[in-house]
Design a protein around this ligand. Structure first.
Ligand SMILES: NC(=O)c1ccc[n+]([C@@H]2O[C@H](COP(=O)([O-])OP(=O)(O)OC[C@H]3O[C@@H](n4cnc5c(N)ncnc54)[C@H](O)[C@@H]3O)[C@@H](O)[C@H]2O)c1
Length: 331
């Protein structure tokens, strides 16, 4: 029987791609999701338990029923702007409910846990690229809640032996190479899907926030990692824990930065025409560049990005959004 893994947030963007990858690697992904931002259609590789992560009885019953061996925790709120307007919503879901989830797991005897953290825990870069020992000074409640839960995990390990891998993602992008699932956030705040939607005439004109950054072309630079590569990083982290490996905190990025202008140029090439856009002012709190030092994840888990080149990221995102326009599903 395939070992079962509990995937909170498995109906969401990164969680659903990871479920596909887990199934291909011989695991049964059991999704626990309240569908607050996720989608029933994205759960294809195992059962969906429609419930909140803080529902202790459901978590305990699910662990018992499926003989869960480990948990991957994606469920969270993750909009930076919203976190600034409504921090209580973020502390409630990303810390309080996440702790209730971890407590229920610990009480069932689960001691292996993979957590979706973020480069937002670092705040403004002091130097680039940013390794895991870069200072962590988040500049918004979203990053603060993720950092708070990271700290809690270390305490839970000390007291209850909860071994964990914390994965700090940089910018997730792209879609499943087979076109089965893809990104469908509402509202969509990420550059690449918004660019593709603008290019397909299915979204608003793309805003380019800031053209006067101290970068070679004046636009902001980020480290984009294909969602399929992120999914593989989770499988590698899970295998590490199942093999008895120690707790780790690892960046997931490529170590290469791409500017907004470079993405826009590649978008025009892939779509075959220019993407309608307008130049806007910088957004408060957006650093000029964020690039990962991703050498630790390579060293510790043997992980290497395979699909994170800009061409594959934009092609898979464009294929997904085009298919959804036809199907009238997402985007
Ligand atoms: N997308 C990115 O670029 C990015 C970057 C860094 C970190 N992350 C982190 O990765 C994780 C997944 O991000 P995503 O882009 O797939 O988000 P998403 O919104 O697509 O997925 C989150 C899923 O969690 C579910 N969920 C939220 N709160 C829940 C609760 N209390 N109980 C049960 N289910 C709940 C939602 O319904 C959704 O299916 C998040 O923790 C996010 O903070 C994402």
């Amino acid at each position: 029987m395939a070992p079962a893994v509990l995937v909170s947030g498995g109906a969401g963007y990164i969680g659903s791609h990871t479920c596909k990858c887990l199934a291909a690697a011989g695991f049964l992904p059991v999704t626990l999701d309240n569908l607050s931002t996720g989608h029933r259609w994205a759960v294809k590789w195992g059962p969906l338990i429609e419930a909140d992560i803080a529902d202790r009885a459901v978590v305990m019953e699910t662990v018992d029923r499926y003989r869960i061996v480990a948990a991957l925790h994606f469920a969270a709120h993750s909009l930076v702007g919203e976190s600034m307007r409504d921090p209580l919503k973020y502390y409630d879901n990303n810390v309080t409910r996440a702790l209730a989830f971890a407590a229920a797991l610990i009480d069932t005897g689960i001691d292996q846990f993979v957590f979706s953290s973020t480069a937002s825990v670092y705040g403004m870069p002091v130097h680039l690229p940013m390794a895991e020992d870069h200072p962590t000074r988040p500049i918004n409640p979203y990053g603060a809640t993720k950092l708070a839960f990271e700290g809690a995990l270390r305490d839970l390990q000390g007291a209850y032996g909860l071994r964990h891998v914390i994965l700090r993602y940089f910018n997730a992008a792209g879609a499943d190479g087979d076109g089965e699932i893809g990104e469908a956030h509402e509202p969509e705040t990420h550059l690449i899907p918004n660019m593709v939607l603008a290019g397909l005439g299915a979204g608003s004109v793309l805003d380019i926030f800031g053209t006067d950054y101290p970068t070679p072309d004046g636009t902001a630079i980020r480290d984009y990692v294909h969602v399929g590569d992120l999914a593989q990083a989770h499988v590698a982290a899970l295998r590490h824990l199942l093999a008895g490996g120690e707790s780790l905190t690892l960046n997931v990025g490529t170590g290469k930065g791409l500017s907004v202008a470079e993405i826009l140029a590649k978008g025009a090439e892939v779509l075959g025409h220019a993407v309608p856009h307008r130049l806007s002012a910088r957004r408060v709190g957006d650093p000029p560049s964020l690039v990962a030092d991703a050498s630790a994840i390579h060293r510790r888990l043997g992980w290497e990005p395979r699909w994170s080149d800009v061409d594959t990221i934009i092609r898979t995102a464009a294929a997904w959004h085009s298919s959804q326009r036809g199907a009238g599903k997402a985007g």
